[in-house]
Write a protein that binds this ligand. Structure first.
Ligand SMILES: C[S@@+](CC[C@H](N)C(=O)[O-])C[C@H]1O[C@@H](n2cnc3c(N)ncnc32)[C@H](O)[C@@H]1O
Length: 298
């Protein structure tokens, strides 16, 4: 199987191919490599963490963790989640892993004061270096919708988590965003863009609703699906708008290439959604699934 993405041909066997003026390297296991490494993603991850963490931390505190938990942050990006985990669990040893080196370098620089309790390594979440049952908690935020074979990654996270330990996943679902209509209707955008984008990149942008079934088939215990509600009442409007601006800046071009929606049209949809969020009388919501489970004790 081959995914053709922009000017890069990507082989399903995991081989990295270089092509095109940008010399952008991607593997089939990170089909959004260009967007993930973009400057807009750094902004996006910061805004998402500001929006989501205040509602996420109470969910993390429910887990029965030891005083000095070993925590993995799989697909850690710039360390927004890893650093908050290290700060929130002062006895914890936190390892963040990712395959975008610029993110890892930024994370190491930004959070040097938390080292050596917090470390960052280049590792693929499809093939972690850790031995079986190494962690008390495996966290994977905003990754599973952006990669193919999410079930393989979840199985790998379960492998490295000890019996009775926890998986804490944020699998995004692009059917869970709602905006008011104005000149154009964002429902049309969200109906078309994620389905086509997912088809072109071999990913499932509706992973949020499918994660429960994956965990159930793996016979995980205490499976829970909670929601962080990013809306114009719970999150500052400028923070919500910053997420949409970053999506517009990072994704409009590839939406134009990979879906029936043109780049110009994608920008117009995003601009309208941003205006909706900024409007003091406007309401908009992004429901963010937080799916957790316990690795069976026996
Ligand atoms: C949207 S970002 C989320 C970053 C971080 N978890 C957070 O919450 O801020 C997704 C991250 O997953 C990483 N990623 C994608 N495929 C990966 C793989 N095969 N192994 C490790 N990281 C991967 C990307 O490089 C990117 O940094």
């Amino acid at each position: 199987m081959k995914f053709c993405y922009r000017n890069v041909a990507v082989g399903y066997n995991g081989a990295e191919l270089r092509s095109g003026p940008l010399e952008q390297v991607m593997t089939d296991l990170n089909p959004q490599a260009k967007q993930m490494a973009d400057e807009s993603m750094v902004r996006n991850l910061a805004a998402q963490a500001r929006a989501i963490w205040p509602q996420e931390i109470p969910l993390l505190r429910r887990y029965a963790l030891p005083a000095e938990p070993r925590i993995l942050d799989a697909g850690c990006g710039t360390g927004e989640g890893s650093s908050r985990l290290a700060e929130s669990f002062p006895g914890a040893q936190v390892l963040g892993v990712d395959i975008v080196d610029s993110h890892l370098e930024l994370a190491r620089r930004r959070y040097a004061s938390l080292a050596p309790r917090l470390t960052f390594e280049h590792q693929s979440i499809f093939e972690l270096k850790a031995a079986d049952r190494s962690f008390d908690l495996a966290v994977c935020r905003h990754v599973l919708h952006s990669i193919p074979h999410a079930d393989r990654v979840i199985a790998e996270l379960a492998r490295v988590t000890r019996r009775g330990g926890y998986l804490h996943l944020i699998p995004e679902d692009y059917g869970m965003l709602h905006f008011q209509r104005a000149a154009i209707d964002p429902r049309d955008f969200w109906h078309e863009a994620p389905a086509s984008f997912g088809e072109s990149t071999g990913t499932d942008l509706f992973m949020g609703r499918h994660t429960f079934g994956i965990l159930a088939a793996m016979k995980m215990e205490e499976i829970k699906v909670d929601y962080v509600v990013v809306d114009t009442l719970r999150v500052p409007r400028e923070t919500f708008a910053a997420i949409l601006e970053a999506w517009r800046d990072g994704y409009a071009e590839s939406i134009g290439e990979l879906t029936p929606i043109s780049r110009e049209s994608a920008v117009a949809y995003f601009n309208q959604m941003i205006a909706n969020v900024h409007d003091p009388q406007g309401y908009a919501v992004w429901m963010v699934p937080v799916v957790s489970a316990r690795v069976p004790t026996s």
